[in-house]
Write a protein that binds this ligand. Structure first.
Ligand code: ASP
Ligand code: MG
Length: 585
């Protein structure tokens, strides 16, 4: 028996006519003989309206009662849709999350799904019924043993749909929404934004600000973990949408369907070398020139990091595998002859990375990585962060020690630890999509001691204050006393919290000070084919240079390259990069 799961969002069931139209669409699909499970959201803005009612009564309503209230939204739409299906002569039955047996944690308002019981669904399906399930809700057992209604958090219907698809081993999970699918960039900013036919779950997660508007990241995580195929498409047309692919297929483990662990993999790559060009001119085109030269020379660059400095020079640091160090060094020396600057290299390094969807929006994760490494007495040479990955470069001699400390900190077992994984040749475009994050600010802490624990202390302080840091970059340049600067970007609205959190650290680090950077925006290009396509970073820097844009910071991860530019340049930069990778219509 092959099951198809279809999910219809709030707009798609926003009024009676829409509900009738959805019922017709379902009836047409039913004719192909599929077993259908339909998941729906609350009608239109119902969830917001219900939240408004609660707020009018209490500024801080009990979470249990909030779930009791919000869960009613979806109960309305499942009943109406089941009625509309009956009108069309389709046997349909609506079920709440509790009736299905969507078992969650007891955390009200943000419960994760532990288990989806499939027997009741399968019974209904085998009777030939279409089952209409309430999204966004589940059931947990309270300490008193009563079944409690829980909700999964805003946007949670996507999560319900993909979890049902995973549990039922469904062929596909179709997500019907009010946009045509996932676009290559934000269509409000770039006229030529194009519909993607396909994107991997990993890419979708790295394009957080672009992807999350279409599909809840938790749903993407479930799809990625259990190999569910998703198709996002418009409920208003018959056009094909975007297919989300994932390759890992694993059975649902005993820990629960939505894994509680924020980090699910650890990787160490050794034989790495760090190359640093310091005091190079701070003007458009320098990074482009450097990485074009390396690309033509056949050098495969991994991490790239650049941070800003006072004065008019920059430091650009990157890693290559050790066997390319010699050739890369010659090319860099040539460039320095031409433009000025200073070259330093260091071999015998390793790159250690953790990955997991739980890293997104949880500043404490990077902090505990840096903390466990520094507790083992290991200094961080470079740091690179992305939405779902944090990497650092350390002395290779301390690699196994770092692995042990990190695996322990995140409770990872041997199967989750990869040492020197073979590089995969993924058939995917070097850049799939480009996202712009605005309203960002940049802060630097000047003159922090170059000792194990500094980055950890900084990240922990921010994490405790609830501030998420994005690009975190340690300066290449050292002050006369050996101290370095650490710069990072954060949401502008978090500035005040960050300032407060820094006070005790500045007091502790003698001679350190805080420096506020200009308003900035971050442009990120993401593509699974990036690691196996030489020159991607160079092309991105060239596109920006040709548009006359100066790059303030660079931070890369495996499948993502981000450039920080000044805020007023943001949209121009987005357009230039989108155009530069020929993504426009
Ligand atoms: N109705 C819920 C919300 O508005 C869940 C959903 O639509 O996905 O957040
Ligand atoms: Mg939604």
């Amino acid at each position: 028996m092959k099951v198809l799961v279809q999910k219809f969002g709030g707009t798609s069931v926003g009024n009676v006519d829409r509900i009738k139209a959805v019922a017709k669409r379902i009836a047409a699909t039913k004719e192909y003989g599929n077993d259908l499970v339909i998941v729906v959201s609350a009608m239109g803005h119902t969830t917001d309206e219900l939240t408004g009612l609660a707020q009018a009564i209490s500024r801080n309503p009990p979470q249990r009662e909030m779930d009791m209230l919000l869960a009613t939204g979806e109960q309305v739409s499942i009943a109406l849709l089941a009625m509309a299906l009956s009108e069309l002569g389709i046997h349909a039955v609506s079920m709440t999350g509790a009736q299905v047996g969507i078992v969650t944690e007891s955390a009200h308002g943000r419960a994760r799904i532990l288990e989806v019981r499939t027997d009741r669904l399968i019974n209904r399906l085998s009777e030939g019924q279409v089952v209409v399930v309430a999204g966004f809700q589940g059931t947990s057992l309270s300490s008193g043993g009563t079944a409690e209604i829980t909700t999964l958090g805003r946007g949670g219907s996507d999560t319900t749909a993909v979890a049902l698809a995973a549990a039922l081993n469904a062929s596909t999970c179709e997500i019907y929404t009010d946009v045509p699918g996932v676009l290559t960039t934000d269509p409000r900013e770039v006229e030529g934004a194009k519909l993607m036919q396909e994107i991997s779950c990993d890419e979708m997660l790295e394009l957080a600000s672009l992807g999350a508007a279409v599909l809840h990241p938790r749903a993407v995580e479930i799809a990625r973990n259990y190999g569910v195929n998703i198709e996002v498409r418009s409920s208003l047309t018959n056009q094909n949408g975007t297919r989300l692919t994932s390759n890992s297929r694993r059975p649902i483990g005993r820990e629960g369907l939505e894994l509680g662990r924020p980090v699910d993999g650890l990787e160490l790559v050794d034989s790495q070398a760090v190359i640093a060009l310091s005091h190079v001119p701070d003007k458009p085109g320098v990074a482009a020139k450097l990485f074009e030269k390396l690309s033509i020379g056949g050098i495969n660059v991994d991490l790239i990091i650049q941070s800003t400095h006072e004065g008019n020079s920059n430091d650009i640091t990157f890693t290559v595998s050790e066997n390319q160090l010699f050739n890369a060094q010659i090319l860099c020396e040539e460039l320095i002859e031409e433009i000025g600057g200073k070259l330093t290299t260091e071999s015998g390094m390793s790159k250690l990375s953790i990955r997991g969807v739980g890293i997104m929006g949880r500043p404490g994760i990077a902090a505990s990585l840096f903390d466990s490494i520094s507790r083992a007495g290991i200094n961080l040479r470079l740091i690179a962060t992305s939405e779902v990955k944090v990497s650092c470069v350390i002395d290779a001699k301390l690699g196994s020690k770092a692995i042990r400390a990190t695996a322990e900190a995140f409770e990872l077992n041997d199967s989750q630890v990869l040492i020197n994984p073979p590089s995969k040749d993924i058939e995917a475009p070097e850049v799939r999509g480009v996202a712009l994050d605005r309203d960002q600010a940049q802060l630097s802490v000047i003159s922090v001691p170059d000792l194990p624990g500094t980055a950890a202390a900084l990240c922990s302080a921010m994490a405790d204050a609830g501030v998420s840091l994005d690009a975190i970059v340690q300066s290449e340049r050292q002050h006369d006393d050996g101290s370095r600067d650490i710069s990072f970007t954060l949401k502008r609205e978090d500035r005040e919290k960050a300032d407060l959190a820094l006070i005790p650290l500045l007091a502790q680090w003698q001679g350190s000070s805080m420096k506020e950077g200009p308003a900035i925006a971050r442009v990120s290009a993401v593509g699974a084919g990036m690691p196996s396509t030489p020159g991607t970073a160079a092309r991105m820097f060239r596109a920006l240079a040709n548009a006359g844009i100066n790059i303030a910071m660079i931070a890369t991860s495996e499948i993502r390259t981000s450039c920080v530019v000044s805020e007023p340049d943001g949209v121009t930069a987005l357009k230039a990069v989108h155009e530069g990778f020929h993504l426009s219509k």
